[in-house]
Design a protein around this ligand. Structure first.
Ligand code: HEC
Ligand code: HEC
Length: 239
């Protein structure tokens, strides 16, 4: 785990971190070494990356030979941009939130967006990207992997509506077959969801009335007497 690694290695090798800094453009130039190291550990932990993700040189494991002051790694340049962005959000933008009632706004930190990920991509953004390049089957496989891999717990929202909203978007844009696959996948995790069952009923209606009827019946069982579902079931039972 990156967290355990950091706790150990930062303590044991801070000797290789210089006492004064030559290339700080956002952080105060006279910052103490302790404060700087704290901030840098915060970066690493918020993004789940090692120091060497941003800093070039050395063997990638120990700090020997790492050239912290160099800006050669694009991740470091992006991180500096992010540092300025977060600073201006906290100092300039957020204090203008209406009706704060005199209190200080919550502080945005790297983790507010990143949540242990170098790329703060939402679950359905990630799946949409996979679907666009490799198709819906690949996106389904990706979902199953992310869901079972503990490393990703807390990083992605596996709640019902994250996936339902994606399925709705797919259906709205004429991709009903993909929407059906996403709902059916989500139904495995939420087998008693009336929203999913009735959406599946509606999506199947034009092409597979028997399947649609089955979904409406299951939804109706969970919500006996629901007039909308009752009407749909009756309509399909008596064509
Ligand atoms: C996500 C990218 C990122 C990670 C991870 C990261 N740093 Fe940095 N580091 C930066 C940026 C950006 C600066 C420059 C800040 C500025 O310009 O004010 C910096 C500056 C430094 C400096 C000052 C260099 C100088 O002389 O100007 C040191 C030392 C340093 N980092 C050590 C570390 C250590 C140790 C770790 C791991 C615990 C680490 N960094 C992790 C982005 C990162
Ligand atoms: C308001 C949300 C937000 C906050 C806060 C934020 N980031 Fe980011 N960060 C992003 C987004 C969005 C991207 C992806 C940009 C892209 O490549 O499309 C990103 C990308 C990055 C990357 C590039 C990752 C890669 O592999 O391409 C680094 C490094 C990074 N952020 C560091 C930081 C650091 C360090 C902080 C705290 C000082 C921070 N970010 C705070 C939203 C945020």
């Amino acid at each position: 785990m990156i967290a355990g690694w950091l706790a150990l290695s930062v303590l044991s090798s801070t000797a290789q971190i210089p006492d004064s800094f030559t290339n700080l453009k956002v952080l105060p130039r006279d910052i103490t070494r302790d404060s700087l190291v704290q901030i840098m550990r915060g970066f690493s932990l918020s993004l789940s990356v090692r120091c060497q993700y941003c800093h070039v040189g050395g063997d990638g494991v120990s700090f020997a030979g790492v050239e912290f002051a160099k800006d050669d790694d694009p991740h470091k340049r992006k991180a500096r941009f992010m540092l300025r962005m977060v600073d201006s959000l906290n100092r300039v933008v957020l204090p203008n939130i209406p009706d704060l009632g005199g209190r200080a706004p919550l502080r945005i930190t790297c983790k507010t967006c990143h949540r242990n990920s170098a790329r703060p991509e939402l679950l359905t953004q990630r799946l949409e990207r996979v679907r666009d390049s490799l198709g819906i089957e690949a996106a389904v496989t990706e979902y199953r992997q992310l869901r079972t891999d503990n490393q990703f717990s807390g990083r992605y929202d596996f709640g019902e509506w994250e996936m339902n909203l994606w399925a709705e978007r797919l259906a709205r844009t004429g991709r009903s077959a993909d929407a059906i696959q996403v709902y059916e996948l989500n139904l495995e995790s939420f087998p008693r969801s009336r929203s999913i069952l009735s959406a599946l009923g509606q999506l199947h209606e034009p092409t597979d009335r028997a399947q649609a009827l089955e979904y409406y019946r299951r939804a109706l069982e969970l919500q006996p007497g629901n007039p909308v579902l009752q009407r749909r079931v009756e309509r399909l039972e008596n064509p």
